[in-house]
Ligand binder design. Structure first.
Ligand code: KIV
Ligand code: ZN
Length: 513
């Protein structure tokens, strides 16, 4: 056991399983680079065997990330594991994470396998994975609801086969902190070779206790790896939130006594990047990364903080990267300054032509908005990085009219697969009219599940509006995000981006399917 806590980020795998959160390869790569700047120890880049797209994502992240270990999930079978190993080949440091369910319910109803068959499959899979990769993690899915005696047999077996990390998932978020901590401790005490592997926690947030459970797994259970996601992104109520776990361990070092490798000043930029990319907005009162996390509204608190900061603050906003919210560029900034800022933000563009196109958009934005923040650049580059397939639908022009007493009207031109279309419609408001105009041509039949507008940078009506649109069609849910100082334009962009995602039809095998 070491006194370092390993931070294993699964935003790009478990986080992405959240309905509507699917990301493109370039978006994932950008987030992976931010995770590397954050210095997470392990990046779970995806589930290589689930689709060709995921395979390419894992491979691309494995080729670019040099500091963090890059990991791919794989079900406990040779095909998945070989596919993960293949995708991870370019990695400087690679990990294969293989899993099979061990709870009675999952084994009987989902896998239709006996416990002995599951044990044997776990053994053979870890053996096979170890022949391909020195770093192998094993997870008994639904581990927390598994029979402890059986789980001990499985864990002892996989450690004997060379698993270097064993992870105990609370797959359905059923655990209670004290019980989960004791469960882990019991397993570690009962498994004879437990000291040969790092123990890890993986908690879902269905009862709002993912962070508390993970910390109990560390403190009471002796785990030395936490699996988590930025903003707690993930299926249903999400996963354990990276920023909360990291700041709890750092702020209460007196209690946990553990070292972390994380550069906490990169937390807020990572949070923003993930929320802008996925369209999953961070609630204002969210710990550490919410807009209000460091805002003191009451007079008593303000007075106290001015006199002595630690009267009401246990962390410093700048330590988690809040100071990054600064004006970076304006209308007079040149191409070099823009290019340098892209580099500072860790954004790499493939060619000079891409930089030129992004710079043209930047100039266009700077003409309409006097102060350009990092968040504006991230949104702009998000627009720019879409490949032709990801941008099957693209806004060309929009005009709209709304005045008191008259029915709002919108006229729109957009590209669909390279062809130009024009449409117009009336609606209850200009946004409604614009989306109806698009739908009159596209006829997607998709159901609008969510529409939300947020200011990208706070405190001014000059801010760009960032719109998230969630569409559902035939069992698929996608989020589209669009940004523009004009929220009607941002809405049309978000709607077209969601339609493009529906068009791209990424078919995947579900990790827990
Ligand atoms: O929640 C879970 O059980 C998982 C496993 C695949 C590790 O995500
Ligand atoms: Zn999970």
């Amino acid at each position: 056991m070491t006194d370092k806590l390993i931070i294993f980020d699964t935003t790009l795998r478990d986080g992405e399983q959240s309905p509507g959160a699917s990301m493109t390869r370039d978006e994932k790569l950008r987030i992976a680079r931010q995770l590397e700047r954050l210095r997470v120890d392990v990046i779970e880049a995806g589930f290589a065997a689930s689709s060709n797209g995921d395979f390419e994502c894992v491979r691309s992240i494995a080729s670019h990330v040099k500091e963090s270990v890059v990991c791919s999930l794989a079900r406990a079978n040779d095909r998945d594991i070989a596919r993960a190993a293949e995708a991870l080949k370019p990695a400087a440091r690679a990990r294969i994470h293989t899993f099979i369910a061990t709870s009675p319910l999952h084994m009987e109803k989902k896998l239709r396998m006996t416990p002995d068959q599951v044990l044997e499959q776990a053994r053979l899979s870890v053996r096979f994975a170890r022949n391909l990769c020195a770093d192998v993690e094993f997870s008994p899915e639904d581990g927390y609801r598994s029979d402890p005696e059986f789980l001990c047999r499985v864990l002892e077996t996989v450690i004997a086969e060379g698993a270097t990390t064993v992870n105990i998932p609370d797959t359905v978020g059923y655990a209670i902190p004290e019980l989960y901590g004791q469960f882990l401790r019991h397993l570690r005490e009962r498994v004879p070779n437990s000291d040969k592997a790092v123990w890890s926690v993986h908690c879902h947030n269905d009862l709002g206790m993912a962070v508390a459970n993970s910390l109990a797994g560390v403190k009471l259970g002796g785990a030395r790896q936490v699996e988590c996601t930025i903003n707690g992104l993930g299926e249903r109520a999400g996963n354990c939130s990276l920023e909360e776990v990291v700041m709890a361990v750092r702020t209460r070092r007196d209690y946990f006594g553990l070292e972390l490798g994380i550069d906490t000043t990169q937390i807020v930029p990572a949070s923003r990047m993930v929320s802008q990319t996925t369209g999953f907005v961070v609630q204002p009162n969210k710990a550490v990364v919410g807009a209000n996390a460091f805002a003191h509204a009451s007079g008593i608190h303000q007075d106290g903080v001015l006199k002595a900061r630690d009267t009401y603050e246990i962390m410093r906003a700048e330590d988690v990267g809040w100071s990054a919210n600064k004006i970076v560029l304006g209308k007079l900034s040149g191409r070099n300054a823009f290019k340098q800022r892209l580099q500072e933000l860790g954004i790499e563009m493939e060619s000079e032509a891409d930089i030129n196109a992004a710079f043209a958009r930047f100039k266009d934005l700077a003409d309409r908005k006097s102060e350009i923040f990092d968040e504006d650049i991230l949104a702009l580059v998000g627009d720019e990085s879409a490949t032709p397939d990801e941008e099957h639908y693209r806004l060309l022009a929009l005009s709209q009219r709304s005045e008191t007493g008259a029915r709002p009207f919108a006229k729109i031109a957009f590209a669909m697969g390279g062809q130009e279309f024009h449409a117009e419609a009336h609606g209850n408001g200009p946004v409604d009219a614009s989306l109806k105009a698009i739908e009159s041509q596209v006829k997607s039949g998709a159901e609008l599940q969510l529409y939300s507008v947020n200011a990208i940078t706070s405190g001014s009506t000059e801010s760009q509006g960032e719109v998230t649109v969630r569409l559902q069609l035939g069992g698929r849910v996608v989020n589209g995000v669009g940004a523009d100082p004009d929220i009607v334009v941002a809405s049309a962009k978000a709607y077209l981006s969601a339609l493009s995602k529906l068009h791209s039809k990424v078919d995947r095998v579900a990790a827990q399917g």
